[in-house]
Design a protein around this ligand. Structure first.
Ligand code: NCD
Length: 305
């Protein structure tokens, strides 16, 4: 039985196949509309979500399956003290596959050790978010046509931003990638990722605080929200929250074919008039999230179409 806890649980070839399936779903949606007939997806969300949970649910519904679950820890027996391992052991009796988001790093991994059905990590604390990365990769493939030879700017909260952590893991397996890590000093990429991924794999990267200075060389600009819920004190959050605000003015020196991504939700990091710029891809990215999750559900359930 397969789970998806970390993006590197999938080989590069498996990611290519998922992207190909997602593209086929986009082109031929009718082919897939009964693929998961009588299958059930449980979404266990111990942390808030809009896109991830709803795109998982929409994905299963579009495959002809059904969904059950909860969207807040306090509406589940976790509020009575039930462990994650007991919860999934039980939910695994009712559902064929589980997508779980949890504030504690490692919770989905523990769940996978006890679950009778596949577990998908839908975000664990400040750690990983592999299905957002699949969404990002599908978008990059559709917009850029390749995963190699890209200069990728990652901007904002690189410390707590789990989407950035998983994306770095994923892109580090391709050639010709140069990472530009743009953040305030306090929100730099954690040392363990710099060491275990970037340095170990001899990746080309630079760190800077100056978004405008690096703008002209970027092929991709991945903006992120400052993760308020992971700060220990509100004063630090307030001081750092508006570190980077992308405006049309700052895009003046950007490439014509820059691809601007953001996992969303946006707070203040991108001015809303940037949305009309042809380089803004973040709403397309959110839409792609449903298709790649359809492909992932098919794969983990072993359904052939
Ligand atoms: C992200 C997350 O939950 O980590 N959102 C998402 O899943 N699309 C990013 C965020 O919350 O800032």
């Amino acid at each position: 039985m397969r789970n998806l806890i970390d993006i590197t649980d999938l080989t590069v070839e498996e990611i290519d196949a998922l992207v190909a399936t997602a593209n086929d779903i986009i082109a031929n949606p009718d082919k897939y509309c009964e693929a998961c007939h009588r299958k059930k997806l449980a979404t266990l969300f111990f942390e808030p979500s809009t896109r991830t949970r709803l795109s998982f649910e929409a994905a299963m519904l579009e495959l002809g399956g059904t969904v059950l679950g909860f969207s807040q820890a306090n509406s589940s027996s976790a509020s009575k003290g039930e462990s994650v391992s007991d919860t999934v052991r039980v939910v695994g009796c009712y559902a064929d596959i589980i997508a779980m988001r949890h504030p504690k790093e490692g919770a989905p991994m523990v769940a996978a050790m006890h679950s009778p059905v596949p577990i998908i990590n839908a975000g664990d604390g400040g750690h990983n978010h592999p299905t957002q990365t699949l969404t990002d990769l599908l978008t990059i493939q559709r917009e850029k046509g390749r995963f190699d030879n890209l200069t990728v700017g990652l901007c904002g909260d690189l410390k707590f931003g789990r989407t950035v952590h998983s994306l770095i893991h994923a892109l580090s397996r391709y050639t010709g990638i140069h990472f530009v890590l743009i953040s305030p000093e306090e929100l730099r990429l954690p040392e363990y990722i710099i060491h275990d991924v970037l340095e170990k794999k001899n990746m080309s990267f630079e760190e800077t605080q100056d978004l405008e200075a690096v703008m002209p060389k970027l092929d991709i600009l991945y903006m992120t929200r400052v993760q308020r819920e992971r700060f220990f004190n509100e004063a630090d959050y307030i001081r750092l929250k508006d570190s980077y605000i992308l405006t049309l003015d700052k895009l003046k020196n950007a490439k014509e074919d820059l691809c601007i991504l953001h996992p969303l939700p946006r707070v203040n990091e991108i001015a809303t008039n940037v949305d009309e710029d042809s380089r803004a891809c973040y709403f397309k990215q959110a839409q792609n999230g449903k298709y790649i999750r359809m492909a992932l559900i098919l794969k983990l359930l072993g359904v052939e179409v």
